[in-house]
Design a protein around this ligand. Structure first.
Ligand code: CA
Ligand code: CA
Length: 312
């Protein structure tokens, strides 16, 4: 619009100048006229150039001032304020709350509950049932073998003959008791050539004994001997007898440990083993063989290889 007005002004001024030049001489414009009509025409153009040189000074002033001020102010203020506020608030709140709550609750609860329940229930039930049953049965049997078996009797086979320094004898029939004869047949002894022969007569009262001392640490005591019985009794039973006894050091009976009768007639040697209880640990005792026969039908009692052993 301003340029259009300026064009009108220039055109109007040019018409006035041309008109004055055509109508009357004008001394003030002579200088211009000296140059001819060409100069008169260029004057408005010069004025126009001066006016146009003023136009760029106004135009850049309002334009950059408004554009730069409003644009950066709104953009920078609203954008950073909304974006960071919403995004971090929602994302971290929902995600960590659901994930850790479900995962650790199910996994550790089912795994440890099943594993320890089955394993200890089966293992201790079968193991203690078999182990204690076998162990106590074998242990007490092997323990006594760890001790030293000590023979407490001297010349248990009577091979020292008669009289014998280890054995004492007594007979109301004045019998020697220790014998090396060929009786009984077919085996007159169990070992060697000597044995003890008690009875063999009616109303016989005979005995054979030896003293021994049991160790103070003895845990068991056992008497053993070999025997054979011959009788003339028609109905062998308990008419004649041989009693095996434990007596104290003076001959007082402590206990009878075994008895042979005429009914035990046997033509071969038989071993008899008798455990003694109590063990009489630390005591001096006698092993005694006492024969008694009735008034008829004699019975003979043969003894060999006597032993009294202590575990000590
Ligand atoms: Ca003998
Ligand atoms: Ca008899």
């Amino acid at each position: 619009m301003r340029r259009f007005v300026l064009y009108l002004i220039i055109i109007g001024a040019s018409l006035l100048i041309v008109g004055s030049m055509l109508q009357s001489p004008n001394p003030p414009w002579q200088t211009i006229n000296e140059g001819g009509p060409t100069h008169a025409v260029f004057l408005p153009l010069i004025l126009y150039d001066n006016g146009s040189s003023q136009t760029p000074t106004r135009t850049p002033t309002p334009t950059p001032t408004q554009t730069a001020t409003s644009t950066p102010t709104n953009t920078s203020t609203s954008t950073p304020t909304n974006t960071p506020t919403n995004t971090p608030t929602n994302t971290p709140t929902s995600t960590p709350t659901n994930t850790p709550t479900n995962t650790p609750t199910n996994t550790p609860t089912s795994t440890p509950t099943n594993t320890p329940t089955n394993t200890p229930t089966n293992t201790p039930t079968s193991t203690p049932t078999n182990t204690p049953t076998n162990t106590p049965t074998n242990t007490p049997t092997s323990t006594p073998t760890s001790c030293t078996i000590t023979q407490l009797i001297s010349d248990g086979s009577f091979e020292a003959g008669s009289p014998n320094p280890h054995w004492q004898v007594a007979s109301n029939k004045s019998s020697a008791i220790l014998d090396d004869s060929a009786i009984p047949q077919p085996n007159p002894t169990h070992t060697g050539t000597w044995k003890a022969w008690l009875g063999g007569d009616n109303l016989a009262q005979e005995s054979l004994w030896q003293s021994f001392t049991v160790g103070s640490n003895a845990s068991s005591l056992q008497v053993s001997f070999w025997w054979q019985v011959n009788t003339t009794e028609p109905s062998p039973l308990i008419n004649d007898s041989l009693d095996i006894q434990i007596a104290d050091a003076t001959g007082v009976l402590l206990q009878s440990i075994y008895t042979l009768y005429d009914g035990d007639t046997n033509s071969t040697w038989v071993q008899q083993t008798i455990p003694i209880s109590p063990t009489y640990a630390g005591q001096t005792l006698r092993i005694v063989f006492v024969a008694n026969t009735d008034s008829s039908n004699p019975t003979s009692f043969f003894i060999d290889d006597v032993s009294v052993c202590a575990c000590q």
